[in-house]
Design a protein around this ligand. Structure first.
Ligand SMILES: Cc1ncc(COP(=O)(O)O)c(C=O)c1O
Length: 390
């Protein structure tokens, strides 16, 4: 039902792809939407009277409308970036206009490097306090409250960590933040595919197209108009101006003020189709990930040498190590059995350091994955354990 939408499997019948947290596979509707723009229109956007350029502009801005409506935010609040990393950098830039010396930012230790570094740099530049909060499972409002102080102004956390695989309770956390007057900045790279509807509750929400069944080369930052208006442009050049003069330059309206240069046109069209795909198939996509995760979680727990990081109900992301074995050996042996997965620090070095772990094997899947494939993953894991333990 779901799998037939993904041409990857016809091209790679023998491969077991369990690296969806690195990048998700794309359904045909997304590939078709991008191909039809590239084949039939192919023009640049926002380039005056040419009818082809107008068609391109309409397709591109319609894509933004679809994404805005699907997320429940306004058109002006959807800024296209090149990926989630750039969107997170833009979020820190927006907040830099709201913060002053001594203000505090709360951030989870389990954040991806892309979500840590912009805040570390900003804290250094503006002399802010960066306070690290620990949670290996769902972060509770009371933990956040305990970690906070009079100076807290911003809370930064991933909707779902790419290592721990547990969705954060956005409702609970954003309710507390609103009560306290804190800005919320959420890295939605891994969470958005499971929970598009929570985006609207957050002040700044960042994600990439390619982990949402969409293309690489595009990301999104949704941010409130107030934050976007208060900030100066981030990247400057053509496409984001109202008038350029050596005496004084004025900038375009929102959201184009933050989109310098030729934007990712085909990618925006593909991403809008991916968002529609998720909403059209939401029930079955969610149910499959949930059922597979429950089952896979029990299977891993039954293997006494396997230690899974992350406390709670995993959403298709399982990072683990095998006692007495190097993760890279386990991953290499599993790969030799045709399993495509990831091993390493997963851009979460502060978390691994704290847990005293040098590397983790990560198996991540989405609704197109089958139970038979996960059985192959488990038998490859068992075989790898037998080999390293002899
Ligand atoms: C939780 C998380 N945040 C941010 C990123 C960065 O995403 P991108 O590389 O698409 O910018 C990733 C990528 O793996 C991620 O998993």
């Amino acid at each position: 039902m779901v799998r037939e939408h993904f041409p990857f499997f016809e091209k790679n019948p023998e491969m077991v792809y369990v690296d969806s947290a690195a990048t998700a596979l794309k359904p045909s509707c997304v590939l078709d939407a991008m191909r039809s723009y590239d084949e039939a229109i192919s023009a640049n956007v926002h380039r005056g009277v040419s009818s082809l350029s107008q068609q391109a502009t309409t397709a591109f801005e319609d894509a933004r409308t679809t994404i805005a409506q699907s997320l429940g935010v306004d058109f002006e609040e959807v800024v296209f970036t090149k990926n989630c990393t750039e969107a997170l950098n833009l979020a820190a830039h927006l907040l830099s206009f709201q913060l002053e010396k001594g203000d505090e930012i709360l951030i989870l230790r389990s954040e991806h490097h892309s979500s840590i570094l912009p805040w570390q740099e900003l804290a250094h530049r503006l002399d802010l306090q960066l306070t690290v909060v620990d949670a290996l499972g769902a972060l509770s409002a009371s933990t956040l409250l305990e970690a906070s102080s009079e100076k807290t102004k911003v809370v930064v956390f991933a909707h779902m960590s790419n290592v721990l695989g547990i969705l954060q309770p956005l409702d609970e956390l954003t309710t507390l933040a609103k009560e306290k007057g804190w800005f919320t900045v959420v890295d939605g790279a891994q969470g958005v595919v499971h929970d598009l509807r929570s985006v609207r509750a957050v002040d700044c929400y960042a994600f990439s197209g390619h982990k949402l069944y969409g293309p690489t080369g595009i990301g999104v930052l949704t941010a409130s108009k107030e934050l976007l208006e208060a900030a100066s442009p981030f990247i400057i050049g053509g496409g984001m101006i109202h008038k350029v003069a050596f005496e004084q330059t004025t900038f375009a309206d929102l959201p184009w003020k933050f989109e310098a240069g030729t934007p990712p046109i085909a990618q925006a069209i593909g991403l809008a189709r991916a968002v529609q795909f998720v909403l059209e198939h939401k029930d079955v996509l969610d149910r499959r990930v949930h059922e597979l995760s429950e089952w896979f979680s029990k299977e891993l727990a039954a293997r006494e040498d396997v230690v899974v990081l992350g406390e709670g109900s995993h959403q298709g992301v399982f990072s683990f190590f095998v006692r007495g074995a190097h993760s890279s050996d386990i991953a290499t042996l599993m790969n030799a059995s045709g399993i495509q997965l990831r091993e390493g620090h997963h851009c979460a070095q502060p978390l691994l350091e704290k847990e005293g772990i040098s590397g983790l094997v990560r198996c991540s899947f989405l609704a197109y994955t089958t139970k038979q494939e996960l059985e192959k993953v488990l038998s490859a894991l068992d075989k790898a354990i037998r080999m390293v333990k002899v």
